[in-house]
Design a protein. Structure first.
Length: 317
């Protein structure tokens, strides 16, 4: 798996992976260690990528205000490209990662099918990626609280609380397969949306509208079609044809019920945001393209409507 450009991040992730391999593939870092590593991770990565984005913006001849926005958006785009490609590379050969194998998506809990691991544990490479992803959501939630409020602040705050709870609960209990699948389904959308923003800031014609149209599909298919299917398989869990669940699908542990409840809680927010995306897309097709932001509540903002409703860091760049 590739790492970020920041030396601090590389060192942290290398230590975690080495520790996990030394312990038979399972790293025993707890939630406090996870959050501690998270604080170092994001800031170093952002500074390096924003510097690169600023160089590109300068080469494109952008004025200062748009140069800053382009640099911030570019750094976020790089992160999500890294996230999607890393997950793909890590688990391309894992049957449980793809829809045809989602019936095994909870088989890292009480029914552990990886021979070298104990129940309720996960491989070190998966925990390593959790560190990167958790760093993003924890810092994003902090930014959400201190930056100007947008129209969907309540939905965004709820989304981040649920997501952080899912990450920490699945990390500490070892149910990370379902977490990796959910991260992948969520993150596929973001590179397209952020590319649309970058091309908008750069003043490139047509591409922002085309990219945003792709965004609508990249949001709807993973989050409104495949995501409910993933929840369905998580609900079936390890209880289909397994003697550890004599009571069937209702014979679950409190942790399993909690994880599924948190997964279901994200669905209404997805529907709400998709309606917003469709409204912006319809406006773009019926007028002069993507202009303005249906979620902006401040005067004089020239942000495009191609913001990701899932990330406060992108909302306010």
């Amino acid at each position: 798996m590739s790492t970020t450009t920041a030396p601090e991040t590389s060192d942290i992730l290398s230590r975690v992976l080495a520790l996990g391999r030394a312990r038979g593939g399972d790293s025993n870092f707890g939630p406090l260690e996870l959050l501690s590593a998270s604080r170092t991770n994001r800031r170093a990565r952002e500074l390096a990528l924003q510097a690169l984005g600023a160089v590109i913006a300068g080469a494109l001849g952008l004025r200062r205000s748009k140069k800053t926005k382009f640099a911030h958006t570019f750094s976020e785009m790089c992160y999500y490209v890294f996230s999607v490609l890393s997950l793909t590379r890590l688990f391309w050969d894992a049957g449980w990662f793809w829809p045809s194998g989602w019936h095994e998506v909870m088989f890292d809990g009480r029914v552990q099918q990886t021979a070298i691991l104990r129940p309720y544990t996960a491989p070190a490479d998966l925990k390593m990626f959790y560190m990167v992803e958790t760093s993003y959501y924890v810092s994003s939630f902090a930014l959400l609280l201190v930056r100007p409020k947008k129209k969907d602040f309540v939905e965004m705050a709820f989304h981040h609380v649920v997501t952080a709870s899912l990450l920490l609960l699945s990390y500490t209990t070892g149910y990370m397969r379902i977490g990796a699948v959910v991260m992948y389904l969520h993150n596929i959308f973001d590179p397209f949306m952020l590319f649309a923003k970058c091309t908008h800031y750069a003043g490139i014609p047509v591409l922002p509208d085309v990219s945003f149209a792709i965004c609508a599909g990249a949001f709807a298919v993973p989050r409104l079609y495949f995501y409910p299917s993933a929840i369905h398989y998580a609900w079936l869990g390890v209880c289909v044809g397994n003697k550890t669940c004599p009571g069937g699908v209702w014979d679950k542990t409190p942790v399993e019920f909690s994880l599924i409840g948190l997964l279901v809680a994200l669905l209404p927010i997805h529907v709400f945001w998709f309606i917003m995306i469709v409204k912006v897309l319809v406006t773009a097709l019926s007028s002069k393209g993507v202009q303005g932001d249906v979620r902006s509540d401040s005067e004089g903002e020239d942000e495009p409507a191609t913001r990701d409703p899932l990330d406060p860091a992108k909302k306010h760049t």
